[in-house]
Design a protein around this ligand. Structure first.
Ligand code: NI
Length: 448
């Protein structure tokens, strides 16, 4: 038993509920710090018996934070269950919706959830270390951030009919074509979004310049990295193969996400309801890896849009081409991805197929089992369904981004607590905020 325990509950400016406990020894040093994720996760059982094709509408209810990611991963799994690959225009439209989600999620995270720590300081008075404080500090930037988020949300709404629980992707395609006027409206906002993200990147780099010392000691530790890539090893958020590298950057595996069970296993700890995925071949815990913006930029060798690709080159230079291990650089990576997403919106809207009405494959070649994989803003999301001959689900397996990063977040909490809480010195609110910031950097969604 440790001499004293500090509890942080709830952890603020994250999506969902989490608790941290910091166990101190007799001298007041940190013995061990834990992240507890105790939200009940019974969703997979709850889906059994439902028709597989209902899942794109049911699974967004898992979570009000990442409904679009679940909606699209689910539809991709249904395509495979039904043996109904979507026509190209439908895939482009789904990808467009996904870009909207990435922009609004990453934009909100940087400017509203992480921003108060970065722009106002970890030690700022908590009464102002929030969005209101940000608006007071830089009203112009706050307005731009709101517009950026709205740009992403409007893409989702245009395609899905509403901002939160979209009704758009169905087995074999999507249920609505894009109108030329809608395309033009979205296009008209893209450059503004790009400019705001570039402004965000300038802020991030300026902050990194001034806080290099903190960045280099704040939850820096080796892990593998995991994410989807294009056939040419470029950053991929919607489709593509899973790629895994080790802590030194050495290639470990590249595989079709449908075969994830051959590569990924899940470890269980009695102090957390959320499982801990790892790379099977290396075993637990040697095979732990990180997903999300840092994982993806570490596995990708390039980005297929020009502005984001230049940013990626600079990012890779931080460690001379080796993987970037710093937890605080998640924020930096997140902005580069959002910039890619905004540029990619233009690429998608310029594609002649984007206005096609060939959006649904109605043929079926029923397979009964299917996996859908997507890069949710927070990291790789797997939906795996097993249906009987009637199409009723017999088994559902979901691996969410927060699960993949579970070990890393626990490690980050422990590492930051041990680095900043020193025996014999006062434990200030700002120090405890750093422990929370270690979790915040991963942008976990604890609702799903
Ligand atoms: Ni979620």
């Amino acid at each position: 038993m440790s001499a004293q325990k500090i509890t942080i509950e709830p952890v603020t400016r994250i999506e969902g509920h989490a608790k941290v406990t910091i166990h101190l020894d007799d001298q007041g040093g940190v013995e061990q710090a834990y992240l507890h994720i105790n939200e009940f996760r019974g969703f997979e059982k709850f889906c059994e018996g439902r028709m597989y094709f209902e899942m794109p509408m049911i699974t967004p209810r898992i979570c009000g934070i990442c409904p679009v990611s679940h909606h699209l991963a689910s539809a991709k799994a249904c395509d495979v269950v039904a043996g109904a690959p979507p026509p190209r225009p439908a895939s482009l439209l789904r990808e467009l919706m996904h870009m909207g989600q990435v922009i609004q999620s990453h934009g909100m995270h940087f400017f509203e959830l992480a921003g108060p720590d970065l722009l106002l300081g970890f030690d700022a008075d908590p009464a102002v270390r929030n969005v209101v404080g940000l608006i007071q500090a830089d009203a112009d930037l706050a307005v731009k951030a709101v517009r950026l988020r709205k740009f992403g949300q409007e893409i989702i709404k245009t395609l899905g009919g509403r901002k939160v629980h979209p009704n758009f992707a169905v087995t074999g395609g999507v249920n609505k074509a894009l109108h030329p006027a809608e395309r033009d409206t979205i296009l008209a906002g893209a450059d503004d979004a790009i400019a705001t993200l570039q402004a965000g990147l300038a802020i991030m780099k300026g902050w990194a310049e001034k806080n290099r010392e903190d960045i280099e000691k704040f939850a820096v530790f080796p892990t593998g990295y995991f994410g989807l890539v294009t056939p040419e090893k470029g950053l991929e958020l919607y489709d593509g193969n899973c790629r895994l590298i080790d802590a030194k950057g050495k290639f470990l595996a590249e595989f079709d996400g449908r075969r994830y069970l051959d590569y990924i296993a899940e470890h269980v700890e009695d102090w957390s309801y959320l499982k801990f995925p790892y790379y099977k071949k290396m075993g637990w815990p040697a095979g732990v890896y990180r997903v999300g913006p840092l994982g993806r930029l570490n596995v990708a060798e390039k980005i297929d849009t020009p502005l984001a690709n230049e940013e990626l080159k600079a990012f890779k230079q931080l460690k001379g081409g080796k993987p970037v291990e710093n937890t605080l650089y998640y924020h930096y990576a997140r902005l580069i991805e959002a910039l890619f997403a905004a540029e990619h919106v233009k690429v998608l809207l310029d594609d002649p197929d984007i206005l096609s009405r060939d959006i649904l494959n109605t043929r079926r070649e029923f397979k009964g089992e299917g996996v859908g994989v997507i890069e949710a803003p927070r990291g790789t999301l797997f939906h795996h369904y097993w249906a009987n001959a009637n199409g009723q689900l017999e088994r559902v397996n979901l691996i969410v981004a927060t699960g993949h990063n579970n070990w890393a977040m626990s490690q980050a909490v422990d590492s930051v607590a041990k680095t900043y809480i020193v025996a014999g010195k006062e434990i200030t609110e700002g120090l405890l905020n750093r422990v929370e910031a270690a979790i915040r950097a991963y942008d976990p969604c604890l609702s799903c």
